[in-house]
Ligand binder design. Structure first.
Ligand code: BES
Ligand code: ZN
Length: 752
């Protein structure tokens, strides 16, 4: 919604009305016809002065950065974590490999990287299942649960063909070639059934046993056997593993390698990438903007969505921001052990000093940030169900880029809880089918419920559970908020030279790579924009007036003031003044000055240059113009009219007596001979006047016989013979001699 400006800047068109300068002399009136108005130029052509098409301008930094986010890069990171590395159970080498991968990427972006080991955590027993001859669905690295009742083979493992022994409850279910091979059987929830199945497999010469859930959507089960089988690995698979193996066996032989390991009270791993702020290389003062995701996945799950996706988005944010010098400290956290109870995040938060915590702007936690599962939506979930700075900034970023699908409600259950508990504003960003409480209950005290996608915490949480489109939305919203906060918040105030806020004025900044369009100032004459650590020229344009604040160093949140000279330059024209009268050939110089208090005079151009001779070479009215422009682009002009006249001398009196019908000689000189066409058209003319007062009583009549001037020149004098009419007897008449220099001369005659 737009509000109307309180104090809009208005531009007054200057109108200077020059006084009518009428020079009066005895018997002579010399004046320009009518008053002369010297006024400003017509309003400037705003279309011509308008900024160049915005398509030629760079966008603001918010838009520029968001425009660089590419979910393809995120997908590649997710693939490396979920497919190449595979399941990353807390405390296993894969969790550490994940941390090392993330750390390596961050290092390549110039981050200072620390791997944090913390723990110990509970003992983990896992099987890594790979194949030398099949493309395993869901990825080349399956993870199953290794039973303590079986053998731990170490990384080498055992390799063999897989045979299907169904439930493994009778000899008939075991194929003839069971000996020397890996036996797949259904996992039973009854311990006695499981024990029989494994014992039967061992007696048939199995080199490894897989008990996998036959139905449902089950995760790999961890189990023990009443009868330990220390000679062979015994492992539990999820229902997807069961289906996948049986589908592969239907097509032909399948070779698997099973490597079981027991990691006794291992350490968990976090990776922390820090990009220090310019000017704070040791990280003591700069505000901290942090994004986080968890590296680990639950047992058996590749964790593509939960939560390789979060790291994929973090790394793309890191890549993009690493191209800008920043005055904020950027931290990227990859936390281990989230699935074990937010262990890594809690360990990390515990390492923060009070001073460090105080520097946090916020922590944007991403966990499950792009499943194609249709009912999922993007949520900003906080432990208390209240919005906070991190949530609000995500909403603002969403609004900047036209995404209105973000919602806020209550949930812990991820690493943001650890930051929340430490008093750091944080939120979980998650694509989830979250259902807020029914009204009148509200998110704050109550919270909602949720339904996860079917792949959640399952071996099927693979690349198929990744939506590049939704990752892109997360990049735009979360990445957009993080970028906005990692840059400097700059308030540009545009004010006129008179101190008024300039409303709706376009603002641009050139920070070394061309002008950027920052938008227009609001009702308070201000505009907010974000900048990296740069030097910029800020330009404000107002109806053709331009002001540039040059080489402004942006090195933190700050204000920039741009004062725009919206005042026209002034012109003081001392010669010629309006209505000035000069005799023909007079040697007189033009004299004028232009002045501009703020931006200064750019041009000041008169009809002739200041100090040069005025043109007095021809009689009549002459225009003189001065055009001025200031450096801001404001223009002014002043126009006057001066008159050049003959040097007049009358050899006739002002009043005389005569006889009607007689010819009256009228003699005058003009300082030399100027031809016989010295009268203005229609002149001389005569007019009856009242003898007492001299007031005209009739219309002026041009003298007859036009074409014949009736004027002659001799010995430096003009002689005009005025033929009076007999019918004028006993009247008074005034003769007007108007010359082609615009001057008029009179004489009145009383006729007998
Ligand atoms: N990615 C989940 C978070 C989550 C929350 C998923 C709500 C779906 C709905 C996270 O990795 C996780 O599984 N968290 C645990 C809790 C944690 C404290 C062990 C969970 O939600 O069970
Ligand atoms: Zn998770």
């Amino acid at each position: 919604m737009r509000s109307s400006p309180k104090q809009p800047h208005r531009f007054k068109r200057l109108t200077v009305i020059g006084g009518l300068a009428a020079a009066l002399s005895f018997g002579t009136v010399s004046a320009a016809a009518g008053g002369v108005q010297v006024q400003g130029p017509p309003g400037p052509d705003l279309t011509a002065a308008a900024p160049a098409a915005t398509s030629t301008l760079l966008p603001d930094y918010d838009s520029e950065i968001v425009g660089q986010f590419d979910s393809v890069n995120s997908v590649n990171h997710i693939r490396h974590l979920a497919v190449d590395i595979g399941p990353r159970l807390n405390g296993t080498p894969q969790e550490r490999e994940g941390a090392e991968y993330i750390g390596g990427v961050l290092k390549s972006y110039g981050f200072e990287v620390t791997l944090q080991s913390w723990g110990p955590v509970s003992t983990k027993r896992v099987a890594k299942v790979t194949s030398s001859d099949a493309d395993l669905p869901g990825g080349p690295n399956w993870q199953m649960a290794a039973s303590t009742s079986g053998k731990f083979t170490g990384d080498t493992g055992v390799k063999g063909q897989v045979v299907d022994a169904k439930t493994g409850q009778s000899d008939a279910e075991f194929p003839a070639d069971t000996a020397g091979n890996i036996v797949l059987m259904d996992y039973s929830t009854t311990a006695a059934v499981r024990n029989t199945a494994v014992a039967n497999a061992v007696s048939h010469g199995a080199i490894a046993v897989i008990l996998a859930y036959p139905t449902g959507n089950s995760a790999p089960p961890s189990f023990t056997l009443t009868t330990p089988q220390p000679e062979i690995p015994v492992i539990g698979g999820g229902s997807a593993h069961n289906t996948w193996i049986r589908d592969l066996l239907a097509k032909g032989p399948l070779t698997l390698t099973i490597a079981t390991n027991e990691y006794v009270t291992p350490m968990g791993t976090n990776v922390i990438g820090i990009r220090h702020a310019v000017g704070d290389p040791t990280g003591t003062t700069a505000p901290i903007v942090m994004v986080g995701a968890h590296i680990d996945s639950v047992l058996g799950a590749p964790g593509a969505h939960d939560d390789a996706s979060g790291n994929g988005v973090s790394l793309e944010i890191a890549r993009t921001l690493s191209r800008y010098p920043l005055d904020k400290e950027l931290r990227i956290g990859g936390f281990g052990g989230e699935e074990g109870g937010l262990l890594g995040a809690k360990a990390y938060v515990n390492t923060l000093t009070a001073e460090e915590k105080a520097r946090f702007v916020g922590e944007w936690q991403m966990d499950m940030v792009g499943t194609p599962y249709e009912p999922a939506r993007l949520w900003a979930l906080t432990p208390d169900g209240q919005s906070n700075y991190v949530v609000q900034e995500a909403y603002n970023a969403a609004a900047r880029f036209g995404f209105d699908g973000l919602r806020n409600c209550r949930l812990g259950q991820s690493d943001h809880q650890a930051f929340f508990d430490a008093g750091i504003p944080s939120s979980l960003f998650i694509w989830l089918d979250y259902r807020p409480p029914a009204s009148p209950a509200v998110c704050g005290p109550t919270g909602g419920t949720y339904v996860t996608e079917p792949q959640y915490h399952r071996p099927t949480d693979t690349m198929d559970n990744i939506s590049p489109e939704r990752l892109q939305t997360t990049l735009d919203v979360v990445g957009g908020a993080v970028a906005h906060n990692a840059l400097n918040a700059v308030t540009v105030s545009a004010i006129s030279d008179a101190g008024q806020p300039l409303v709706g004025a376009p603002v641009r900044a050139d920070c070394g790579n061309g002008p950027r369009n920052l938008g227009t100032t609001g009702a308070d004459g201000r505009l907010k924009a974000v900048f990296p650590h740069v030097k910029c020229d800020f330009t404000v344009t107002v109806e053709g007036a331009v002001a540039t604040e040059r080489r402004v160093s942006i090195s933190g949140d700050q204000a920039v003031k741009v004062t725009v000279d919206v005042t026209k330059p002034t012109i003081s024209l001392t010669r010629p003044t309006d209505g000035a009268v000069y005799t023909l050939g007079k040697d007189t110089d033009a004299s004028y000055r232009c002045k501009d208090n703020l931006s200064g005079v750019a041009t000041c151009v008169g009809t002739v240059r200041d100090g040069r001779r005025l043109d007095t070479s021809t009689v009549g009215f002459h225009e003189f113009t001065v055009n001025a422009a200031d450096r801001a682009g404001n223009t002014a002009d002043q126009k006057v009219t001066y008159q050049v006249v003959y040097r007049w001398h009358a050899y006739f009196p002002e009043t005389m007596n005569g006889k009607a019908g007689s010819a009256v000689p009228i003699k005058f000189s003009l300082d030399g001979y100027h031809g016989t066409g010295v009268f203005a058209p229609g002149y001389p003319a005569s007019q009856q006047v009242t003898c007492d007062t001299g007031k005209p009583t009739g219309a002026a009549e041009p003298i007859r016989n036009p074409g014949h001037s009736g004027v002659s020149y001799k010995d430096g004098q003009y002689n005009y013979v005025w033929k009076t009419d007999k019918s004028w007897s006993h009247t008074c008449r005034r003769l007007q001699l108007k010359l082609d220099d615009g001057s008029s001369h009179f004489t009145t005659i009383r006729l007998k």
